[in-house]
Design a protein around this ligand. Structure first.
Ligand code: NCD
Length: 306
């Protein structure tokens, strides 16, 4: 098996964003993720990726995404190499493209890339022969997080069709929010966003997105609520966090039992109270758990073996 030999009916060589995926393609990834979860539990996923060398190139900090990609690739029998950016030639000034081309020459076939620049994954896909999986580029996209969130929400709500999902907080700086708006919207959900003006600016123009004036307006009868970390590293100015913090009283406005999501890492007490983050309605742990099988599904599809 060689990378680039796409799985039957799977036309994408890379996973750069969610925008390019149809509803059928999203469904296919989510179904495969469920199979992968079962196979992983039964230790029955074989060695689908035994001919692949997966490079992890994280130019920005990561816990969940990096660890779950590593576990996903290893679970499928791939060889995994973590570039360890801080100790690499990046610190000597080597460019992104040169670094990736170097990895390619060593035999790496697939690269999981996280970078502070929006568009970095597209650049990598255009300028190398590697299969590129975007693990978060600037404020632009974080497709596998959205896929894990879609799976988590679907399992909690049954279906996303006609459901309202409120995304509150620092939406403008969030690649997770953008990818979720695409993924959940394509799967039939109605999206409401809310936050201080600078954090939701421009979203009125997004098809299918409603910008609520206040957090209360966003939460009213929402079937699920996602809250986000303030992206200080992307220039977000801290807002009056009490005006936007998800707490028990505000959650009363949402539909009864509405689940709560957060991509992590959380700053408890800032965007969400510790009680809610750790309470019965929180799906934050589930989102992390679903990250591994979703990434197994993505790797297998892109390698042409699923
Ligand atoms: C997110 C990210 O890096 O975009 N984290 C993650 O991958 N789960 C969100 C964040 O950093 O706040």
């Amino acid at each position: 098996m060689t990378v680039g030999a796409v799985a039957a009916g799977w036309v994408h060589r890379h996973l750069l964003d969610v925008e390019g995926l149809t509803r059928e393609e999203l469904e296919r990834i989510l179904h495969l993720a469920v199979d992968m979860r079962e196979a992983r539990a039964a230790r029955a996923h074989g060695s689908l990726l035994e001919n692949e060398i997966v490079g992890l190139a994280f130019y920005e900090a990561s816990t969940r995404t990096r660890v779950s990609f590593e576990l996903a690739a290893k679970a499928l029998g791939a060889t995994v190499v973590d570039l360890g950016i801080a100790g690499s030639s990046v610190s000597k000034g080597e460019s992104l493209v040169d670094t990736l081309r170097t990895l390619e020459r060593t035999g790496v076939t697939m690269v999981v890339l996280r970078h502070a620049s929006s568009g970095a994954a597209h650049l990598a896909a255009r300028t190398t022969g590697l299969c590129i999986i975007n693990a978060g580029d600037g404020t632009h996209a974080h497709p596998t997080q959205a896929l894990a969130d879609a799976l988590t929400l679907r399992e909690a709500l049954g279906s996303l069709s006609g459901r309202t999902v409120a995304i509150v907080g620092d939406v403008a700086h969030s690649r997770v929010a953008r990818s979720n708006i695409h993924a959940l919207g394509t799967l039939g959900a109605h999206i409401r966003v809310a936050g201080p003006r600078a954090w939701v600016a421009g979203f009125e123009a997004w098809p299918g997105v409603e910008v609520a004036r206040t957090i209360e307006d966003a939460l009213r009868k929402a079937n699920a609520v996602m809250t986000l970390r303030v992206q200080l590293e992307r220039g977000a100015r801290p807002a009056d966090h009490l005006a936007w913090r998800l707490d028990e009283e505000r959650m009363q406005l949402a539909a009864p039992g509405a689940p709560i999501l957060h991509p992590g890492p959380t700053n408890e007490g800032v965007e969400i109270t510790a009680d809610l983050a750790n309470g019965a309605r929180s799906l934050i742990g589930r989102q992390v758990e679903n990250g591994v099988p979703v990434r197994m599904a993505v790797l297998a599809l892109l390698a042409g073996v699923a």
